[in-house]
Design a protein around this ligand. Sequence first.
Ligand SMILES: [Zn+2]
Length: 484
Amino acid sequence: MVTPKLFYGYILIAVVNCFVNCNNTLEGNANGTLSKQEDQNRSLSDSLQPYIKYQKDLMVLTNATIVDGTGKSIKQNQTVIIENGIFKAIGNATDIEIPEKATTINLKGKTIIPGIVGMHNHLHIPGFPFVGDVAAKLYLASGVTTIQTCGAASPDKEIALSKAIEQGKQIGPDIIPSAPFITGKGGNPNMIIPRNIVHLKDTMGYWINSGVKWFKVYRNTNPDDLKVIIEEAHKNNCKVRGHLCSVTFEEATKSGIDGIEHGLNSTSDFRTDKTYGICNGGREYMDELIIESPAVKSLQRLMIDSKVFLTSTLSIYEASIPNRAYADERALKAMSPFLLNQYKERRASFDENIKDITRNNRLKRMMQFEYQYYKMGGLLCAGVDAGRHVLPGFGDQRNYELLIEAGFSVEEAIKIMTGNGAKALERSDIGTIEVGKRADFVILNGNLAEDASVIKNVETVFKKGIGYDPNLILKEIEGQFGIE
Ligand SMILES: [Zn+2]
């Protein structure tokens, strides 16, 4: 049994969580149990059984090194009790009585982190409107247990996949789907380009009725349309995030946007000769802007005070830097022959320009921008924005390494990738390893604090307390990513 001391701690945490979040939660609650729906969904269809390493009502982790996703210091030698898919007790081995008949996993030499909450995790890649079935497996096998897709190229398929996973018919992270992208005149033709306000509201209404709660605006959005989109979304308890250009970060923030993507690389606030409402102007700022300058700080202050979350997507940017754009060995195995060939061609042209460090310097500046945003109190999240040779899941892991390179501590980088994502999603039931939360976590083989690359050594991925075998999943999808 759980000791009384910890048990009361758990009730207190659950109450506090509820006080903070219950009024305003898009989905999920940290009430210390899985909902009836979720509990039913712990029964997975027979075809998924081979992927499952652990499916027990009562489990104990011993000798755990925990990076808990709250930003608090790493804890060593912890005992964790998981009951019916929920963390029931966490503490020093001496304080926790181990229940009888529990399945025990000894985590000596390993690290556990919360399941990654991917905040810019598409189910499409350039040229392929839907890669969801394989992407979902890649995400889960990499320790990503929840994704917000940040714009859909195939929204119906996204919604269907989200339901299939929820119902235990397919494996993958929990998917929080998106409506199609909305852009403006001159924008990508496969996105929604509003004809007028009536058309815009009708289209949004259709997707809201389909159960979607997230809208993403794209680079050519008209500033007046953006105001309508935000107003309409908020009226319906939905959120708006943007990959901006025609609208500056400042204008979008003042219009009430919820989240902004990619950081410095998509700011148009500092472009020279930019026309209001148009995606134009010079990008010299990427090489010249002083990140500590009052201009940048006051923009970030405005965003922070307006509670705008910023999503870091460093790994996809790195994929365009000649001396850095190398595919992960595992990605080479997972890519289709077509994508592999594309990668080789790109690599050959990178090799010709290997000495060009312009983009490398821009990456450093982007890192600085994000570091400053976080340190000033901003909500920084992360996502893969898969494309090129940066694959779903593997790119999320690479983001972790890049956040460490940017200067974040292990605790901060994990918080950005887990707890902060949950916060942006207004989900109090996931994102951290704390009593009362859903047992979504990842066992990493090795000491993450000593070596950032340990993030890739995923031994088991737990979602709702069910442990999946990443190696089996990855074996199955070899050569399958980028086939349609
Ligand atoms: Zn994207």
